[in-house]
Ligand binder design. Sequence first.
Ligand code: MG
Length: 162
Amino acid sequence: MRIGHGYDVHQLTEGRRLILGGVEIPHDKGLLGHSDADVLAHAVADALLGAAALGDIGGLFPDTDPAYQDADSMVLLAEVSRKVKGRGYRICNIDTTVLAQKPKLKPFVLQMRKHIAEACEVSMDQVSVKATTEEQLGFTGAEQGIAAHAVCLLESTHKGKL
Ligand code: MG
């Protein structure tokens, strides 16, 4: 068994779409970034890479590379998932928390779980998405940005050795 952790932050700004867990969420601001800035997808990808000690998404998909300009982060997550599985790991589960003051994310949680599960080729009951505010404290509370945490558990498919 291997545990992984991922954390990401993106700045909220006007004139950008808000995409979380592959779901476009109606809001007056969106997340700023080189890709689609899907902070939740990035945290999940980093948790998977971290569990397998394969680095991070910044190293895999550099934000200086024009190939990833406005990239669909669910495509990047699918690539990370394939890479981790290619090293002989099975994904047991993924648990996440999104920290956002606004908008209310609860109505989109099921759809986010579905998209993440599809990208990682696991079932929806292996993927958890939770959302919380930080009670108007800090940068998420001030609606300056959105943060996401993710943890995952991988199991080696090679019996007896990692
Ligand atoms: Mg990011």
